[in-house]
Design a protein around this ligand. Sequence first.
Ligand code: CO8
Length: 257
Amino acid sequence: MALKTLKTETRGRVAIVTLNRPDALNALNSELLGELRETLAHFSADDKIGAIVLTGSEKAFAAGADIKEMQPKDYVSAYLEDLFEGWSAVSNTRKPLIAAVAGYALGGGCELAMMCDFIIAADTAKFGQPEITLGIIPGMGGTQRLTRAVGKAKAMDLCLTGRMMDAEEAERSGLVARVVPADELLATAMKAAEKIAGFSLPVAMMVKESVNRADEVTLAEGLRFERRLFHSLFATEDQKEGMGAFIDKRKAQFKHR
Ligand code: CO8
């Protein structure tokens, strides 16, 4: 497929997907959504890929939903097309997905980063939910995922004032997993992705599924879910191999990669 709004590349078992609308600071329009959905579906189905890195440019991961595309919409069309529902394809991606964020991650850009499994930020990153300044509220999880990530006080502060927070504050608040110098961003994200992609793929996918459950269910339900997945892994060759390799003092060669 010829892509207009994204660039893709594979390095070993890692796919790198780069948002590529430089003239609009990677604003997220429907064309980009279509291409991203197709790209994620493609890499999800590719046995040779074990992890995906989603990134943008030095200046912007993404400066939000495309305001120019959104501005003329009316209530009925937004409701009928279930505007932005299509983005749930990102959070429904089952393979590990890392956001590597430099520059602006605003509105839908911040929400897109939060749909990934974790965020590695450059020290230049700026996160925010400025929708209130446009007369709307976040529409792709900003009031929900951000609140779970940073707590009510900071989520209210960011969503009500529309201010941006820098990478250091984002790490301190629990929104991002690590902050690195901008020129080390992609290498750091790649290293993490390569590490993940070297493990057993079904195990990494179960980790993801189980951690995500923590946001959705009670502690008792979550613990039960985790234990059932845990038990199921004793039916796999990768559990025998992983534990056998430890005992033999050698590197594990997982079959299901
Ligand atoms: N939509 C469309 N175009 C944009 C967007 C955007 N979100 N952001 C930047 N651009 C365009 C600008 O219009 C400009 O285009 P042009 O050169 O044709 O005038 C170009 O990108 C460069 O931008 P600036 O000149 O403004 O660059 P600055 O460096 O001066 O400023 C900022 C950078 C501060 C990031 C500024 O561009 C800005 O404030 N952008 C808008 C940020 C924003 O409000 N984002 C929230 C959008 S609403 C939203 O995301 C709702 C989420 C709902 C779900 C989303 C699902 C995807």
